[in-house]
Design a protein around this ligand. Sequence first.
Ligand code: SAM
Length: 244
Amino acid sequence: MTVPELYQTDLFRPTYRPYQGERWEMRIAPMCICGGYWSDALLVLDMAALMRWHGDEKRTWMSMTPMEIESQEIGCRFASGNTIVMGLGMGWAAANAALNPAVTEVTVVEFDPEVIGLVESMGVFAQLPPEVTAKLRVLQGDATAYVPDRPVETLLADIWLPLNGDDRIEQVKRMRANTGATRVYYWGQEMSIARRARTLGVELDVSTVARIVDEIGLPLIGPAEMADYPERVARAARRWLKDA
Ligand SMILES: C[S@@+](CC[C@H](N)C(=O)[O-])C[C@H]1O[C@@H](n2cnc3c(N)ncnc32)[C@H](O)[C@@H]1O
């Protein structure tokens, strides 16, 4: 058996600690092997995971696995200007968007006050350089209804539990209309693109991805920024595409 490589990233991974609250729990796994979004299985050390109770069932909403990080990193790396992050979770995407020098400010809209308190109590944003922390603010509210008081450049949306979801494009369009964002990255957008390609019976390449993104009708970050975006979509889809 080959031992998977150690997962490493230049992106910021905050230090988290175990937490047990009313609805949410944070756990730290000392070592695990996890498949990435487009990477092969990797060894991850001190992997933090945020879980929420749904009735009798506990589900993972966010974690420091390569899958979660790779599936959001394009948005963080290419965000710019005034940026809105829908869904706080572990604060990872918000922190990494704020670390991007092209981003001037980050407003996070989060539904659940317990999550806001959890991220605050773990000092997630306080672990950043002060000038980066100063870019961040968290508001309690509904991401699908939030209307900012100033123009927004980038919308990063991740409010969902499953990666695949058939009403996602409509929800993101509502957020985009509310915020007026000129650039958008949403969690699972690669699945939307790959699903449409499958329906159309076309291979994923630069022109089919451009056509599908045009049809989706959102100014998606990815195709123009990453030369290998179609290959990444295809690789992620082979692992993660499910019927919505
Ligand atoms: C998957 S987590 C976000 C993870 C985050 N991207 C990160 O980097 O840690 C989704 C978050 O969205 C929140 N959420 C779900 N529905 C929401 C809504 N309608 N408005 C605002 N927040 C919402 C959840 O409470 C949860 O904190």
